[in-house]
Ligand binder design. Structure first.
Ligand code: ADP
Length: 312
């Protein structure tokens, strides 16, 4: 078989003559479902090339947001402008530039990876057979599936299916890649390999990654937003979020027996189980005393704090 050099240019061939800089601007996006549930409320975000993390608890509205961006569902108010094109007025303009990896793929047909990629590439408008073959070979290599390309995707492991998901999402040279909860169910090695693939391609396009896993954002995303109950409650750099807790976070280790009483006494930010004891954390502008010591905040602390503040 002819060797294919692994170069990201292969998947961006179609963009060669246009600028590599992309912009996605979402203004005032709101969505209420037929049952009256308001899943998105006045969401405003502007994204450019690179990885952008959308973090939020289950039920926050992340999938609703992603589906609206992917033009798979309508919204009531607001607009989505991608590289100057309005997604409602001209949905095909955004669809042409879009790669989408949904949370659930449903059932895979009994086709091999290479057959399925070929089929999907045609649907995505990659009609030239030579370009199609080059792209597919490149994407199979990128996602480390070349050795398994003739096996049925239906029989792949969870991690392989997820890597296949990325390969199919990158067909047709997308400029906007939307990935919904990508690492749920992956083991640490699979997650790591998935992260490596994403960081390899992030410069060339906008990658929007939705997750409830703080660590995924920490590892991958220079910019992020928090979505909670359909509203954006933070957007910016993860470090800026962490800085909001600078010199305000305190910790103490307590035994199991003390937990109930301490929970009544203080409004705790978190309780983490460590070596059979509980490490409790709280936010306070002044030293709470009683054995609490200062601790550097991490992204998880700052995320929990933001959610709690919004609940209030
Ligand atoms: P997330 O992806 O953050 O878990 P979703 O966007 O899936 O959040 O859901 C947000 C909220 O909208 C949830 O409370 C969910 O039950 C509700 N929801 C999602 N889809 C529908 C629908 N088709 N009809 C009614 N409610 C929905």
């Amino acid at each position: 078989m002819e060797a294919v050099a692994i170069t990201p240019d292969l998947i961006t061939d179609a963009n060669k003559h246009s600028s590599n800089e992309n912009q996605l601007k979402i203004s005032g996006l709101s969505k209420t479902y037929h049952n009256g549930f308001r899943a998105l409320n006045n969401v405003n975000l502007t994204l450019s090339n690179g990885m952008f993390g959308l973090l939020g608890p289950n039920g926050a509205g992340k999938s609703s947001f992603m589906r609206s961006l992917a033009t798979l569902q309508t919204f009531d108010n607001g607009n989505i402008i991608f590289n100057g094109e309005d997604s409602q007025a001209n949905p095909d303009a955004i669809r042409k530039c879009l790669g989408y990896l949904p949370q659930e793929f449903g059932v895979y047909p009994k086709m091999s990876a290479v057959q399925l990629l070929d089929y999907l590439a045609v649907l995505k408008g990659v009609t030239d057979k030579t370009i199609r073959k080059k792209q597919i070979d490149y994407l199979l290599a990128l996602t480390n599936l070349t050795a398994h390309k003739n096996k049925a995707v239906a029989n792949y492991s969870g991690g392989m299916k997820q890597r296949f998901g990325i390969a199919q999402a990158l067909l047709g040279s997308p400029k906007l890649l939307i990935i919904d909860e990508p690492t749920a169910g992956l083991d640490p090695a699979e997650r790591n390999s998935f992260h490596n693939i994403l960081s390899d391609i992030a410069e060339k396009m906008i990658i929007l990654l939705s997750t409830h896993i703080v660590e995924d954002i920490n590892n991958l995303c220079p910019k992020m937003a928090i979505l909670n109950a359909g509203e954006i409650c933070f957007q910016g750099e993860p470090q800026a979020l962490i800085n909001t807790l600078q010199s305000r976070l305190w910790r103490k280790t307590i035994s199991k027996n003390e937990l109930e009483q301490v929970q009544q006494q203080y409004e705790l930010l978190s309780v983490r189980l460590k070596n059979g004891c509980y490490q409790i954390r709280l936010v306070s502008d002044i030293n709470p005393g009683h054995g609490f010591t200062p601790v550097e905040a991490d992204l998880e602390d700052a995320y929990f704090h933001t959610l709690k503040q919004q609940q209030r």
